[in-house]
Design a binder for this molecule. Structure first.
Ligand code: B12
Ligand code: SF4
Length: 510
């Protein structure tokens, strides 16, 4: 049994975004194909989990954490927050809602979404699995995942407990030291070792799996996630207008080396590996057979090899067209890559046959060469032609095009922040973008940023702070409250020119 735990997010800053987990889905598919009886639970959605919401106050001072259950309902809290967002002055809002409003403490109102631990334990008792696997996809999920794992071990000591995912891979030794009740962890791509772990042929406490190529990944079996409880309308990405959708990656890895990203920070491994086209064809046919009509593409490097006559982009577009898929890109199509040839191919997709591209996420991320400048401004100047292409995608392609800015990067000064905001506003007004969302620069374990700027994190145990929507750090130029002010200033300044939704911000205006 794989269990994605209930979600714990900052009720002020974080939108609640849930979706199936590709890594777990791949592993479940592989194990089922080998004849194992596999269950996939997502405790944030099982049994109408999304409607089960409780608030708690988490107070952190050094290593001392205190949690208090709050009686207020989430709806009341959210209504009050949005009313304050619209009516209070900036400093008043921050004074009331900042996570850093008390010296020496981190104070967060946490929203817990999903089933109670007791309910999860009852479900485990009923299903009586021999092995449980829990993913820690992101550091922000650390507390609910480890608290659940600890409770399972205390109640069912005979069940083997295996953990993995990006957070575990970043520091497996530290993880088992802090979580001694765990039987095994896998660092890296467990797809190559999960069968051996489950079948008891690999028994090391820490199994080092490394980074696998896509050829090691099986065909995803849609039956596995069919009755998990995921809503048709996605909570984490652009609407699918009622179409049944799934997340998908044609490739994994990235050729760039961005220092804020786990993938970019992998020294010596900037490979992009793609699934073979025959396998993709089989996969898409399988999705269609299960009534899936839209793909949410999550590739890190969707645009690698876009221009050749038989390049990757051409091939995957042709395959998606063959089955008439609607699709959107949520992983990101980097602005630098949006040249004329790419743009033409994308627009052509929307002009011919069944299936359309509905939304494209085009980040202007800081790279090595422009990290002390406004990424949106410096890239708009350097790749001026691509601005026209953004406009074309919207106007000729009918595609919803959005970006996100990263606020509070180590090099960002107040002036650079203002320039970024001004540029994105101009891009919206000029018809290049539908919306510019904002994310907070976060120092994620496993990244270069964590190595260089980890000392600027206010409290490393502030796990909810590792989301990309919450602030957890200061920089040489600004304090944590000023970064929170950036987030509010950003959304408020753009409220007049863009529509925002709860999948992209905790302060939606529609
Ligand atoms: C796609 C993606 C998403 C999608 C998820 C889509 C999906 N359906 O799964 C969305 C947009 C929803 C998303 C959300 C977030 N993401 Co994200 N995401 C990615 C991305 C690009 C790919 C992940 C992926 O699917 N890889 C392919 C699968 C096959 O690999 P995998 O997930 O790593 O799983 C393998 C291993 O990790 C391991 N494994 C995983 N789980 C388990 C469990 C067990 C028991 C075992 C043994 C092994 C194991 O084996 C798997 C198979 O080989 C990665 C970057 C990257 N390339 O890794 C970032 C990444 C994982 N995301 C990141 C973050 C921060 C987030 C968010 C917290 C952002 C936010 N909201 O603030 C949320 C967290 C969501 C949540 N609550 O869990 C960070 C995590 C770093 C960190 N230490 O926190 C990453 C690394 C990107 C980065 N910035 O560097 N994400
Ligand atoms: S942020 Fe995007 S472009 Fe940069 S290394 Fe990571 S996946 Fe690649």
């Amino acid at each position: 049994m794989f269990i994605k735990p209930a979600l714990e997010t900052d009720a002020v800053w974080d939108p609640v975004r849930i979706c199936s987990n590709l890594g777990v889905w791949y592993m479940s598919s592989q194990l089922r194909a080998r004849g194992h009886d596999v269950t996939y639970l997502d405790e944030a959605v099982r049994d109408r989990g999304l409607t089960k919401r409780t608030l708690l106050r988490r107070e952190l001072a050094g290593s001392n954490a205190v949690e208090t259950r709050l009686e207020q309902s989430y709806n009341e809290f959210a209504e009050q927050k949005m009313s304050d967002y619209r009516s209070l002055g900036l400093s008043e809002f921050i004074k009331k809602y900042s996570a850093f409003r008390q010296e020496g403490k981190v104070l967060r109102t946490i929203l817990r979404t999903g089933n109670t631990q007791e309910s999860t334990l009852r479900e485990i008792e009923r299903a009586a699995p021999e092995i449980i696997g829990i993913p820690i996809v992101a550091t922000a999920n650390y507390l609910p995942a480890t608290e659940l794992a600890r409770a399972i071990k205390a109640n069912f000591p005979e069940i083997k407990m295996v953990l993995g995912g990006q957070h575990v891979s970043a520091d497996p030794c530290g993880f088992v030291r802090d979580n001694p009740y765990v039987d095994q962890v896998v660092s890296g791509d467990a797809i190559s070792v999960i069968a051996e772990v489950v079948e008891g042929r690999k028994t090391d406490r820490i199994v080092y799996a490394g980074s696998e190529t896509m050829s090691a990944f099986p065909i995803l079996n849609p039956d596995i996630i069919k009755n998990v409880g995921y809503p048709i309308e996605p909570t984490y990405t652009y609407t699918t207008n009622g179409r049944k959708s799934v997340d998908f990656m044609f490739s994994k890895g990235c050729f760039r080396g961005c220092s804020f990203c786990v993938v970019g920070s992998r020294h010596g491994d900037h490979r992009v590996t793609a699934t073979g086209y025959e396998r993709i064809d089989q996969q898409l046919a399988e999705f269609k057979r299960h009534g899936i009509n839209e793909l949410v593409v999550q590739d890190d490097a969707f645009l690698h090899d876009p221009v050749h006559r038989d390049g990757h982009l051409r091939n995957i577009l042709a395959l998606m067209k063959k089955y008439g898929f609607y699709w959107q890109n949520n992983g990101g199509i980097e602005f630098e890559g949006l040249d004329n040839s790419v743009t033409e191919q994308l627009i052509r997709y929307n002009k011919e046959g069944e299936g359309k591209i509905t939304a494209l996420y085009v980040p202007f991320n800081p790279r090595f060469w422009n990290r002390a400048q406004s990424p949106a401004r410096s890239m708009s100047l350097k790749y001026h032609q691509n601005l026209k292409n953004l406009r074309k995608l919207r106007l000729d392609g009918g595609i919803y095009v959005f970006t996100s800015a990263m606020l509070g990067t180590p090099e960002q000064t107040m002036e650079v922040f203002e320039e970024e905001l001004k540029t994105d506003k101009e891009l919206i007004e000029g018809g290049c973008l539908d919306a510019a969302l904002c994310l907070c620069a976060t120092m994620l374990p496993g990244t270069e940023w964590f190595g260089r700027n980890g000392h600027n994190i206010i409290n490393k145990r502030d796990y909810a702070g590792y989301s990309l929507f919450t602030t957890h750090h200061k920089t040489d130029f600004v304090g944590p409250k000023e970064i929170e002010e950036f987030m509010i200033t950003w959304t408020r300044s753009l409220d007049d020119v863009q529509k925002t939704h709860s999948w992209g911000t905790a302060f939606p205006n529609s």
